[in-house]
Design a protein around this ligand. Structure first.
Ligand code: SAH
Length: 341
């Protein structure tokens, strides 16, 4: 059995680990792992933190992912969708607040056909910002149209690489197709973002190690790791596990070891279950934060999980608040668009 220190030393030198070595890290208390992830972050991407302004433009969704509060069978959600001009206006507000990247996220909502999406993309790209899409599974031609219209990055979490668990969690979806989406996005020249949920019922630590190896093999540009948070109006409502935060942090830090110079967000879900979550994540390998720029009325309705942070805060206040937090740990807000390649 290789000792923890040997594994960390190997990771520092080679940025490669076996599944067994990853398991040793995930089963450790995390302290040394976080320290090394922070060092590798500093040496490879520096102290700048990239802020990405998030616009959750529709909570209408045709899917039924077991963990997600926006799943179509949930009739308790008040649904909304923003019109293209409203979305572009939010992006303008974001650009004025100094965000260099705008992220558009939504449920799987077919209202936005290729023409509408391309208009939105072109409108936002006039603002001299980088644009990330996080709007789910599409066919190759759609991804191509969005890229041609100017989108720079695409974010689609694999959620889990465990085939059986994937099937349990995602009715009428397939792991194979989700992977194909990622390969299509990559081949089209997008910067590719992915990630996984940590703490789903029946999820094993072995499968989390497989997720990490998948991100390495994909050679992702961005990886976001989120602790699973049970939503009361989903079938997984009673699956709360307080260990999810630590395990998510360990998965995130291990990703930093293997992919030393990619973008890694301190996720909102981490802050939701730990009031210091994003600062802890920024000190354990993360270099990105994604504050919300919606007004409070819409923010509240985009409830993928409960008790999301900053629901009553105005977007300008969020911007200042996060900057103060970043400065409090000796870091600074990056002035660049924060591309990986
Ligand atoms: N429809 C888009 C965007 C999904 S929402 C897509 O499929 O890509 C963005 C992310 O929220 C999901 O990828 C999922 O990982 C996360 N999420 C959903 N429900 C969650 C929950 N209950 N707890 C924590 N994260 C959740």
């Amino acid at each position: 059995m290789t000792s923890l220190n040997n594994i960390l030393e190997k990771a520092y030198k080679e940025h490669n680990l076996s599944k067994e070595e990853i398991l040793t890290l995930l089963n450790s208390d995390g302290k040394e792992l976080y320290k090394l992830a922070n060092k590798i972050r500093k040496e490879n991407v520096g102290d700048g933190v990239h802020l990405r302004g998030l616009i959750e433009f529709s909570n209408i969704c045709k899917s039924a992912c077991k963990y997600c509060g926006l799943r179509s069978p949930n009739t308790k959600v008040e649904r909304y969708r923003l019109e293209p001009d409203e979305i572009i206006n939010y992006a303008k507000q974001g650009a004025e607040l100094g965000y260099k990247t705008i992220v558009l996220q939504s449920g799987e909502d077919n209202y936005y056909d290729v023409d509408k999406m391309c208009d939105i993309i072109k409108g936002i790209k006039k603002l001299d910002v980088a644009l990330t899409l996080s709007i789910g599974e599409k066919i190759y031609d759609e991804y191509k149209a969005y890229k041609d219209a100017g989108a720079d990055r695409y974010l689609i979490r694999i959620e889990t690489t465990d085939e059986e668990l994937y099937k349990q969690m995602h009715p009428n979806m397939s792991l194979k197709n989700r992977k194909q989406c990622l390969y299509n996005i990559k081949s089209l020249g997008y910067e590719v973002g992915s990630g996984c949920l940590v703490g789903l019922p029946n999820q094993t630590i072995e499968s989390l190690a497989d997720d990490i190896l998948f991100f390495k093999e994909l050679d992702a540009d961005m990886i976001g790791i989120g602790p699973f948070i049970p939503h009361p109006d989903t079938p997984l409502k009673s699956e709360l596990n307080p260990k999810n935060f630590d395990m998510a942090l360990k998965v995130m830090a291990t990703v930093r070891l293997l992919l030393p110079d990619i973008n890694i967000p301190a996720t909102t879900a981490m802050e939701t279950i730990n009031p210091m979550g994003r600062i802890i994540a920024l000190n354990s390998g993360a270099n990105v934060v994604m504050p919300n720029i919606l007004d409070t009325e819409h923010k509240k309705k985009y409830e993928i999980y409960p008790n999301k942070i900053c629901l009553n805060e105005h977007s300008g206040k969020c911007r200042n608040c996060i900057e103060a937090k970043i400065k409090s740990i000796g870091r600074f807000v990056s002035e660049t668009k924060g591309f990986h390649r």
